[in-house]
Design a protein around this ligand. Structure first.
Ligand code: ADP
Length: 620
């Protein structure tokens, strides 16, 4: 759609350009042609002046000659005595002589009846002598007192000529007419030699003189039948067949100038245009018209070349304007693009500012959240630590009865031994007394160990990190449950890899192990052949410890909820259901895992993994 629109736009654009170019070319053509025509008209007028002047002087030369003949006594005498042969010969000779001297074609004298009494060509066979030319206008006009100028074709010799006639008076009576016939052929000859295109038309609009022979006796306008009858009577053109002049009017410039079309006959320089300027003017002192033809070919070719030049210039100017416009448009586009870019930059900057403030706000919020979470975590850790401690204290509570029982025996023994020792000392049996004191010392040491282990277990661990020597931690845990192990006749089998170190706080690991052992002891209560197998090994960067008892194992429900806080199958007051939940949490915090399963050979098995300590072993 837009493609079609742009195509029609281009066509319109081209049409407009063509219109402007054609318009300017046409204007240049017209302007050039009209200025050339004005110049040509001027030139034509100058030529007409020249031709008119020549023609005028030619006719003026003979103007007074007919009148002068009336001054000759011989001429007047002959008109009075026309039958006097001697006088006639005399006048004939006179006229002959005069003709030779003036260059006229013929000079002759007619009586008042129109009969030629004497003539310059009296000796020639076709002499006018005796002819009667009373019908000729130059006689008719002259006899009534008017001097006549007449162009006509001679009736005798068929020669065209200009007739000047005047009446010859005697005491106021017209006794005859003197006629001078002149030929203007030499003028035509000169014009033709100069290649001028010129003609003279008489009052009848018949061409009487012309530089081109085919124009001679051509008519410029249509002739009426009255005219034709008159020509026949006066034999002005000696019954010559008059044809219309083959010149067509194309355009009239003014009353005396017009553009015409004339196809020149072969041999005459002409252009393919066949266009000419015809300039006409009346000849002073006559009713003749003098016309010239001037070729318009140079004017047209100049006009065409100027039109071409104007077209080229217009195209150049238009191309320049189009290029200028294109440049301005590009500049405008560039400025608009720059402005748009600047706007986009400002928008972007604004967005960046907005985003930055958003980010700052989000960052603040995040920081607050992080602080909140840190606080919550700290709180959680504290809660967890307190919980672990609480769990520990629960274990201590559980163990306290056994420990009290454990301590009762040495205390009773101490009491007996000390009483005995006093007696032995009194008897002076120092050896036995010292043996008793040694035993007392051993019992106190054992009691100290028990209370020390309990104190150390109950101790609240401050950190959750550290390294545990696995065997040592297990020894401590087993020591705490030793009384129950012995009381329940439970065998403990240890298959440990030596020197294992785990990345875990030993106090907390001990708590986990005491939990696992206590649970195993509970499961093995009253179990004949009760056995706890403890295995440890290193698997890559992890330390693994399994604790398997051959107790009753887990029910399906226990397996599902084992590590949930407060899940217990033990009677109230015995179990809290926190031991495994806390143990799992301690292990997870150290980066380890604690899982439980039923052993294929019966009983429960716990698997504990911890990250192995990669650094130097720490002695605890
Ligand atoms: P408590 O010992 O206070 O019940 P625990 O979280 O330590 O809490 O143990 C949860 C439960 O897991 C126990 O009540 C018991 O049913 C079961 N359990 C733990 N260890 C064993 C085991 N070795 N054999 C059988 N059942 C066990």
């Amino acid at each position: 759609m837009s493609k079609r629109r742009s195509l029609s736009g281009s066509i319109l654009y081209l049409a407009l350009i063509s219109f402007i170019v054609t318009g300017f070319a046409f204007w240049a053509f017209k302007a050039s042609l009209s200025s050339s025509l004005a110049e040509l008209e001027n030139g034509a007028n100058q030529r007409l002046d020249l031709y008119a002047a020549t023609l005028d002087s030619e006719m003026e030369r003979f103007a007074r000659l007919p009148g002068v003949l009336g001054l000759s006594p011989a001429v007047v005498g002959l008109l009075h005595t026309p039958r006097d042969p001697e006088l006639q010969r005399q006048v004939n000779r006179y006229l002959e002589h005069l003709t030779e001297r003036t260059g006229a074609t013929a000079i002759y004298i007619m009586n008042n009846q129109g009969q030629v009494l004497a003539t310059s060509n009296w000796q020639q066979p076709d002499s006018f002598l005796g002819e009667n030319d009373a019908f000729r206008p130059y006689f008719k006009e002259a006899i009534i007192g008017k001097s006549s100028h007449f162009f006509g074709i001679g009736t005798t010799r068929n020669e065209p000529g200009y007739y000047l006639s005047q009446a010859l008076d005697d005491d106021g009576n017209a006794i005859g007419v003197a006629v001078v016939k002149i030929s203007l052929a030499h003028l035509e000859h000169t014009w033709s030699q100069n290649k001028a295109l010129v003609w003279v038309a008489d009052a009848n609009r018949v061409v009487i003189l012309a530089s081109r022979p085919e124009w001679k006796f051509a008519t410029l306008g249509s002739l009426s039948s009255a005219d034709l009858r008159k020509f026949d009577e006066t034999r002005q053109y000696n019954r010559f067949k008059l044809k219309p002049l083959k010149i067509d009017e194309l355009h009239r410039q003014s009353s005396d100038a017009r553009e015409v079309r004339w196809q020149a006959p072969p041999g005459v320089a002409d252009s393919a245009l066949h266009r000419y300027l015809e300039q006409t003017r009346p000849l002073a002192g006559s009713n003749w018209q003098l016309s010239v033809l001037i070729s318009l070919a140079p004017a047209y070719s100049l006009a065409y070349s100027r039109a071409g030049l104007a077209a080229v210039l217009t195209i150049l100017i238009l191309t320049g304007l189009v290029l200028l416009n294109e440049r301005r448009r590009r500049l405008r586009d560039k400025l608009a693009a720059r402005e748009a870019l600047h706007r986009a930059y400002l928008q972007l900057e604004q967005k960046v500012e907005e985003r930055t403030s958003d980010l700052l706000a989000a960052n603040c919020q995040l920081k607050e959240e992080v602080a909140e979470r840190t606080r919550a975590e700290a709180h959680l850790r504290q809660t967890q630590a307190e919980l672990i401690q609480a769990g520990k204290m629960a274990v201590v509570g559980q163990l306290s009865a056994q420990i009290a029982h454990e301590l009762n025996q040495p205390l009773a023994a101490l009491s007996t031994l000390s009483a005995n020792t006093v007696k032995y000392l009194a008897r002076g049996n120092l050896a036995t007394a010292s043996g008793n004191l040694e035993t007392i010392g051993q019992l106190v040491e054992r009691m100290g160990r028990i209370t020390g282990a309990l104190r150390s277990f109950a101790h609240k661990s401050q950190t959750s990190s550290g390294q545990s020597a696995l065997t040592h931690t297990l020894d401590n845990a087993l020591f705490l449950v030793d009384q129950r192990l012995r009381h329940g006749a439970i065998e403990v089998r240890r298959e440990e890899a030596p020197g294992l170190l785990a990345d875990c706080d030993p106090n907390r690991l001990e708590q986990v192990l005491v939990n696992l052992l206590t649970n195993a002891l509970d499961a093995l209560q009253d179990q004949p052949g009760a056995l706890i197998v403890i295995r440890s090994r290193q698997d890559g960067n992890r330390v693994e410890l399994t604790l398997h008892d051959n107790g009753h194992g887990f029910s399906a429900k226990s397996l599902q909820h084992l590590f949930e806080p407060f899940y217990t199958t033990k009677p109230a007051g015995v179990g809290l259901g926190l031991g495994l939940a806390l143990s799992a949490s301690i292990v997870a915090e150290a980066g380890g895992t604690l899982t439980a399963a039923n052993h294929p050979h019966g009983g429960a098995i716990f698997t504990l993994t911890l990250p192995a300590h990669s650094g130097e072993p720490v002695h605890v």
